[in-house]
Design a protein around this ligand. Structure first.
Ligand code: FES
Ligand SMILES: [Fe+2]
Length: 388
């Protein structure tokens, strides 16, 4: 029996479908699709009151600002007067005043003041405003057309433990990381020297299974009595258990959000179950790791040297961000946008195949104007790294 799945054929239709997954600029199929869902756009703690930032997501620029009252808001990128970036403007109350000639815009995007113009015409000018919310330490926005879907909620993050949010900007297409998120087998190879080893994840090859659900994909990696249950919440969120020495097991969310077609940001949330001295040690370890990383070359620099042969992965195994370096060697090693149509997929790629089938189906429906599947994230969804 062949070890290669028949879906690996490089037909013209699979070629164009696979290319569609990766392109997310305004008006592209995957870009339109991702914009139909709430997406994280920034880490809440990194946006102080009274400050604005120019952010780029899916190749499109936006203004993000936090009013002096604390409200975060996403607006279009440029002032409608003569196009200066609104992000360099001054935040006043819950509005932003353009740096160039002082026009002022409220959170709805309405111009409310044009100090050097004839008074009374400001109501004719508006910049686009996007629905904006904060949840689990992240700022979310709905960047699509029409009404946003219901805002998602996962009740496991409501009780016990504390939530830590962060981001990693990565030099690969978001879909490469999304495929990596359903690839259980890579732990045994990419992460064979990592904290996951201590958690027993690398000691045996897993038996893999999974299926499409109302929310995306449920998948299971069984290693003897240890069953790792993880999920993809459509379209671009991984929900799994993660592990490192300092935090122990955490419930982990990882949104893969395109910056452009060649880079993405993984917005991550961990629910950490530590108290007292262990909690203090966790934050001390984090601070020490961050201090160490400030003195080291960036992940992308290191990975480029590894890919060129200047360095070997074993040369950097003392980096605190080793897990990320390991993933990025595999993913940047696939090239900026992998040639999926030439893949020879095996039995351990069943969830990768399922993910590609779902995206193919939904993007085709979107292209042809047919109804899309309505994904429902169950609030009580849980993950497991436990013993069956
Ligand atoms: S460019 Fe903004 S007020 Fe002139
Ligand atoms: Fe990984």
């Amino acid at each position: 029996m062949s070890n290669v799945l028949s879906v690996s054929s490089g037909s013209a239709s699979s070629r164009s479908r696979y290319a569609d997954f990766s392109r997310t600029g305004s008006g592209t199929l995957a870009g339109r699709y991702l914009r139909m869902f709430w997406q994280p756009v920034f880490v809440s703690d990194e946006l102080p009151r009274g400050r604005a930032r120019l952010i780029t997501l899916m190749g499109e620029e936006f203004t993000l600002f936090r009013g002096e009252g604390g409200r975060a808001q996403v607006l279009g990128p440029r002032c409608p007067h003569r196009s200066t970036a609104l992000s360099v403007g001054r935040v006043e109350g819950d509005s932003v005043r353009c740096f160039y000639h002082g026009w002022r815009f409220d959170a709805s995007g309405q111009c409310v003041e044009q100090p050097a113009e004839i008074a009374g015409l400001e109501h004719e000018v508006k910049v686009r405003s996007y629905p904006t919310r904060e949840y689990l330490g992240l700022v979310f926005a709905f960047l699509g057309e029409g009404e946003p879907p219901a805002f998602p909620h996962l009740s496991v993050f409501d009780s016990g433990g504390f939530v830590v949010a962060g981001r990693i900007d990565r030099g690969c297409n978001y879909f490469s990381q999304l495929e990596n998120s359903v690839d259980e087998i890579h732990f045994n190879f990419v992460h064979r020297t990592s904290g996951f080893n201590d958690a027993g994840l690398n000691s045996k090859m897993p038996d893999l299974s999974g299926e499409e659900t109302d929310y995306g994909i449920a998948r299971y990696g069984r290693r003897g009595a240890l069953v790792r249950r993880s999920h993809i919440l459509m379209p671009n969120l991984m929900f799994s258990m993660a592990y490192d020495h300092s935090s122990g097991w955490t419930e982990h969310l990882g949104w893969r959000v395109p910056l452009d077609d060649y880079r993405h940001v993984s917005f991550m949330v961990d629910l950490v179950h530590l108290e007292g001295a262990a909690k203090e040690k966790y934050f001390a370890d984090r601070a020490a790791a961050e201090a160490k990383l400030r003195g080291l070359p960036s992940v992308e620099e290191v990975v480029k040297k590894i890919l060129s042969g200047e360095l070997h992965i074993t040369d950097v195994e003392d980096r605190p961000d080793l897990l990320n370096v390991q993933d990025m060697v595999a993913l940047m090693g696939q090239g900026p946008i992998p040639e999926r149509e030439t893949n020879h997929l095996g039995r351990t790629d069943q969830q990768v195949v399922l993910l590609r089938k779902i995206f193919t189906r939904e993007l085709r429906a979107l292209e042809e104007g047919r109804p899309l599947k309505t994904w429902t994230w169950p609030s009580d969804l849980t993950v497991s790294s436990g013993v069956a």
